[in-house]
Ligand binder design. Sequence first.
Ligand SMILES: [Zn+2]
Length: 274
Amino acid sequence: MDEQVIRDIVRSVLSGKTEAGVKVPIEVSARHVHLNKEAVLKLFGAGTELIKKRSLSQTGEFLSEQRVKLVTHKAEIANVAVLGPERGKVQAELSVTDCRLLGIDAPVNLSGDLTGAADLLIVGPNGIFEAKSSAIIARAHIHAAPEDAKRFGLADGSRVRVSIPGKRPVTLDDVSVRVKDSFIFKMHIDVDEANACGYEDGMAGTILGPGHIGVSAAPGSSGIVYCEKLITESMARELIKTHEGEICVSKTAVLTPSAKDVLLHAGVNVRRVG
Ligand SMILES: [Zn+2]
C-alpha cells in the first residue's frame, strides 16, 4: 500500500468529507458463484462458455443460463446462480444462513479477497470441481464511479455507515466503498441483510458518514487505518480482540492514557500514518 494513498484516505475520512445523508440505491445479491475457465470446462464440458441470460447493474457483469449445485460434507444447495464473465479465481458468495446449512465457516470478505475462504464442491451437469478456499460471505459494499465518489466524498477502500429503511430499519456500520471507472452507484447487501431489514425492491440506503470501525487501507490488505480522532480505553479493548501485533491510526489521533495501557499490555504496537 502506497503511503500517499493511505494519507489521502485518512485525510478524506478525518476531514469528515464523507457526505452524510447521501442516498444510495440498494440491490440484493443472492448466493452465486464466479468461475474460472478450468471450472467452466469441468462443470459444463469442453468447449463450453458461460451463456448470458441477463446483464447485471455493474457494467459487463451478467447472470448466466448455467446453474450449479454446492456440496459439502453436511448438505447441498441446488440451483445456484453462476455470474459471468469468467474470473481468474473461483469464488462462491454465500450468506451466513447458507454457510450454517452447509456446515462451513466462511469469512466476511470483500469479493476478490479469498483470505481464509472455505472449501466446497461445485457440481455441474458435466462434472465436479473441487473449489478449495473459495467460499466467502460478501461484505456489504458500495460501488461508485470516480465522479460519484468525488461528489459524495467517498474514498476507495474506506468504510461507511449506511442506514437502511424497511419494516425493521437496520444500520450497517462497516460498509466498504469500492471505486472504479466502470462502476454504477449502488449498494450491495446479501439475502440475510435484506431479510433483516425487510428489504423491498427499489429501497435506498442513507450514508450516515464514516464507519466507526475504521478504513481499510486497501481491499485484501492487512493494514487497517483507524479513522477515529479519539481512541478510548473501551475502543482499545475492542481493537485488541481482532488485532495482533499492530494497529494503524492517523497521525493526529489522540489515544487516552488508559487506551495506551490496554494496547501496551496486549503487545499491540501503534503505528502512526498520515
Ligand atoms: Zn457488488
